[in-house]
Design a binder for this molecule. Structure first.
Ligand SMILES: Cc1ncc(COP(=O)(O)O)c(C=O)c1O
Length: 423
């Protein structure tokens, strides 16, 4: 079927405007490791997908899925050893006092649980968030992005050094300015009589554009929130499972949350997410909230989640993310001098952002330029995307089974495309 006919069919089947990437939408039919194949047989390197950390269709994960699906899959109101063993194993990978897990089916649901937990545990209502965030699409969680923010969501500027709150400020002064915003938001809430429940941040501010954050910001922000009676929720839906070269993004920021949310790579494509916390907070949540989720905490989810952990551990993917990501970042840094449109290069592990700007001095975001770059890379067989506050940050986020040789292939394509874009 022609591309045009398939697009019309999609509009009819899914509704016009259902999100789709690229000027010419891509019809994918198969995936293997870091590779994706379209309906015409063209092969693409996947530099975008953060769900298959173990690579597409990893045989160990597919096998675990198949075995559990053909043995037992029930809801969570029964006792099941596979579910218990997975919950224990996953939470052992976290820092103290995070020890109990509530499973759900999407990142958005994990955030819903986290917000309810913070509210039930503290008796508060208000949540501090960043001003360029995305944490999900349920009615409550989408308020963090699209509003209405009043009265109980308070936004603060996301921390960054590239477009600083005050031009020329030192890193310490910048950190102080961001912390002052948090103190100000807490004071406003107090004045408005809305008690604080907590703050929700992605530890690496992925959707904000993966900024370099003034050193020490997150742990000091956490202290301010705790002093005001709130809990610290860190959202690992993007940052978790080795993406940053550490198991958890919060390790790179030296800040252990009271509640952690996980999703995306957790189930390698099977709907699986989770909210981790201390046993005391989890128990209060169960006592006060009726929480049942028909297709969550199932043996199938647990078997697949456990197989994902097997692969990450057995194939050393956290270490590989640090090593190959470090190599990639080192090779990309000189692009800032070489190419006028590259305003900044930054990242951690296998998660790298390239700021595409139309004026380097003024750091003017160039969303159209970034989008044109993404299209050119697609033509060459490399799938990537753009993100960030202004959608101008080229995002490199391949499966963690990415090897040094893959990074070299990618660098050649990036360099070639940079040269083409700069005439
Ligand atoms: C940081 C973050 N949290 C939560 C979510 C929501 O996850 P889901 O799409 O699985 O509901 C997303 C999705 O992009 C995300 O980027």
């Amino acid at each position: 079927m022609s591309d045009d006919l398939q697009s019309k069919r999609r509009d009819a089947a899914m509704g016009r405007g259902a999100m789709s990437f690229y000027d010419e939408p891509l019809e994918l039919v198969r995936g293997e490791g870091i590779w994706l194949f379209d309906a015409g047989g063209k092969k693409y390197m996947d530099i975008y997908n953060n769900v298959p950390v173990a690579g597409h269709c990893h045989p160990h994960i597919v096998d675990a899925m198949q075995r559990q699906a053909s043995t037992l899959n029930t809801h969570s109101r029964y006792v099941n050893d596979t579910v218990l063993a997975y919950s224990e194993r996953l939470m052992e990978l976290h820092a103290e006092p995070l020890s109990s897990l509530i499973m759900s089916c999407s990142g958005s649901e994990a955030l819903e649980v986290a917000v309810q937990m913070a509210r039930t545990a503290t008796g508060g209502q208000a949540i501090l968030i960043s001003n360029a965030t995305y944490h999900g699409n349920t009615t409550e969680i989408r308020r963090m992005t699209f509003g209405p923010f009043e009265p109980d969501y308070k936004r603060v500027s996301f921390p960054q050094t590239y477009r600083p709150l005050a031009e020329g400020a030192s890193e310490n002064d910048l950190r102080a300015l961001h912390l002052a915003e948090i103190e100000g938001a807490i004071a406003e809430l107090e004045a408005e009589g809305i008690p604080l429940a907590g703050m929700v941040f992605c530890p690496i501010f992925a959707n904000e554009g993966l900024p370099n954050v003034p050193n020490g910001f997150l742990s000091q922000a956490a202290a301010l929130v705790r002093n005001a009676g709130g809990l610290v929720i860190l959202d690992e839906v993007q940052a978790g499972f080795g993406r940053t070269g550490r198991w958890w993004g919060y390790e790179t920021m030296d800040c252990v949350p009271d509640i952690v949310t996980m999703g995306k790579p957790m189930g390698a494509g099977i709907p699986l997410s989770g909210t981790g916390t201390s046993n005391a907070i989890a128990s209060t949540f169960h006592e006060k909230c009726f929480y049942f989720n028909t297709t969550a905490s199932t043996p199938l989810q647990a078997a697949v989640g456990s197989a994902v952990l097997d692969v990450i551990e057995e194939e050393g993917l956290v270490e590989r993310s640090a090593k190959v990501g470090g190599f990639l970042l080192g090779e990309l840094m000189p692009f800032m001098e070489r190419y006028e449109s590259v305003g900044d290069v930054r990242g951690r592990g296998l998660f790298i952002g390239i700021e595409w700007v139309s004026d380097r001095e003024k750091r003017t975001p160039d969303r159209e330029g970034a989008s044109a770059f993404v299209e050119k890379m697609k033509e060459k067989g490399f799938l990537m995307g753009a993100a960030g506050h202004r959608n101008n940050v080229l995002k490199l986020r391949p499966p963690l089974v990415f090897e040094q040789a893959d990074a070299e292939l990618l660098l050649t394509a990036l360099d070639e495309t940079m040269r083409e874009m700069h005439g």
